[in-house]
Design a protein around this ligand. Structure first.
Ligand code: PMP
Length: 443
């Protein structure tokens, strides 16, 4: 690997060159675009990000669950080089090409369920979710979409409406798209009557609210993340997903699994739905699919995907050949290097360490997630009151010590860990040491 797999701090974080670039950025880039950690990147690979000051940081973020195969993964680089040299764009809607078809074939094969499937490709996660809703509406002839508390589905107008959290995603950006209805999520840690009742009661509320406030016959789709991402890595109470999916099937409602963050080996399976035997009608994918190039997809039952009028789906860049080549290299890497197994190995290293940390620090209220998608929720000791201040302090301390750690959660009180699946055990352990020290110094 060309990037040395070692943490090394040469300057304070951020260093002087990063600070210079940051000053240029402030003068040139809209302040509406934020950055978690303004070190400016020179190279990255494996579990390391090298900044312009020569600092080598351990990556527990993978560009928000994108570079699961690692940055500049060799098979991705090779295929992208070849594709860039062959042709960069013709527009699949004008003169198509094999790479798009090959990605669709892979998606149809890898996503849950043995039924006949079709796929369509887009650029961003939000665009995939928008298209899933379009397809569900076209198929059912119904308008309404049901989504959940703590959901995140994107930042376009429709997906802002689907997303739960106001700040920073929706604030001042309304009015939002209509016919979107929100119901409680089966969130075990915060379920009012306790985690044991969560699946049953959340399912009952989902059914009664959907029936009373929407009406089954008006409902095109239920859209859900099988493990919520930005909302705080909330794993729904066991059985909840399957019951929602079954109820949707009974009422002709399209069950859409948004696997944009959970998909492509992240949770230890190809898709998070696999762990519960849930087969969605439509599944949205992005992020991990293409090793860092922008690509997203909607995959689903052939009769649904083919119910849209010809020309109804598409976009200039959707399924761009370079992004498709990257996806083929990325999927090949996942198969060849068993990255689902790698995600499970990462969990086997991280979970016991995080559990020990939780034993020691009462501020850790909950430890949850699956595979290489793990998180701790921080609270004020002795209560479940969210503790975003401590979350920010711990994450700042991690950054200063050369660990890229991310936060999440409706209340900003979740530290989430999403390392590249190719990270070595040494870096994983060192990252956890840094996290432990950050808790010791701040909690
Ligand atoms: N859905 C989920 C579950 C996501 O995690 C994200 C991105 N965080 C999106 C949709 C939106 O993806 P994008 O940022 O590529 O539009």
């Amino acid at each position: 690997m060309s990037v040395p797999q070692q943490r090394a701090l040469k300057t304070a974080i951020p260093g002087p060159r990063s600070q210079e670039l940051h000053a240029r950025r402030v003068a040139a880039v809209s302040s509406g675009v934020g950055s978690t950690l303004p070190v400016y990147v020179e190279r990255a690979g494996g579990g390391i990000i090298v900044d312009v000051d020569g600092n080598q940081l351990i990556d527990f973020g993978a560009g928000i669950a994108v570079v699961s195969v690692g940055n500049a993964a060799p098979r991705v680089v090779e295929r992208v080089h070849q594709q860039v040299a062959d042709f960069t764009h013709t527009c699949f809607m004008v003169t198509p090409y094999e790479e798009y078809v090959a990605v669709a074939e892979q998606l149809n094969e890898l996503t849950p369920g043995e039924h006949e499937k079709r796929s369509a490709l887009f650029n961003s996660g939000a665009e995939a979710v928008e298209n899933a809703v379009k397809i569900a509406r076209a198929y059912t002839g119904r308008p309404a979409v049901v989504v959940f508390d703590h959901a995140y589905h994107g930042r376009t107008n429709l997906t802002m409406a689907l997303t739960a959290k106001n700040m920073p995603y929706k604030h001042h950006f309304g009015p939002f798209a209509g016919e979107v209805y929100r119901v409680p999520m089966a969130y075990p840690y915060r379920w009012p009557t306790g985690p044991d009742n969560c699946a049953d009661e959340a399912f009952e509320q989902f059914v009664s609210l959907t029936h009373a406030q929407v009406g089954e016959e008006n409902c095109a789709a239920v859209v859900i993340e099988p493990i919520q991402g930005e909302g705080g890595f909330i794993v729904p109470a066991p059985g909840f997903l399957a019951r929602v999916a079954e109820w949707c099937a009974d009422h002709g409602i399209v069950f859409v699994a948004d696997e944009i963050q959970t998909g492509f080996c992240r949770t230890g399976d190809w898709f998070a739905c696999d762990a519960e035997g849930v087969v969605p009608d439509l599944i949205t994918t992005a992020k991990g699919i293409a090793g860092g190039l922008p690509l997203s997809g909607v995959t689903g039952r052939a009769e649904l995907m083919d119910s849209v009028h010809g020309g109804g789906l598409g976009g200039t860049y959707g399924g761009n050949p370079v992004a498709c080549a990257a996806a083929l290299g990325s999927i090949e890497t996942m198969r060849a290097e068993d990255l689902c197994g790698a995600a499970r190995r990462i969990e086997s290293v991280m979970r016991p360490r995080l559990a020990a940390l939780a034993e020691k620090h009462p501020a850790i209220g909950d430890l949850r997630g699956r595979g290489a998608m793990l998180a701790v929720e921080l609270v004020k000791p002795g209560s479940k009151d969210p503790n975003p201040e401590l979350t920010a302090a711990v994450s700042r301390a991690c950054h200063a010590d050369g660990l890229v750690a991310l936060t999440a959660g409706t209340y900003g009180n979740v530290l989430r860990f999403l390392p590249p699946l190719v990270i070595g055990d040494d870096l994983l352990t060192e990252g956890l040491d840094i996290l432990e020290a950050a808790f010791a110094a701040n909690a």
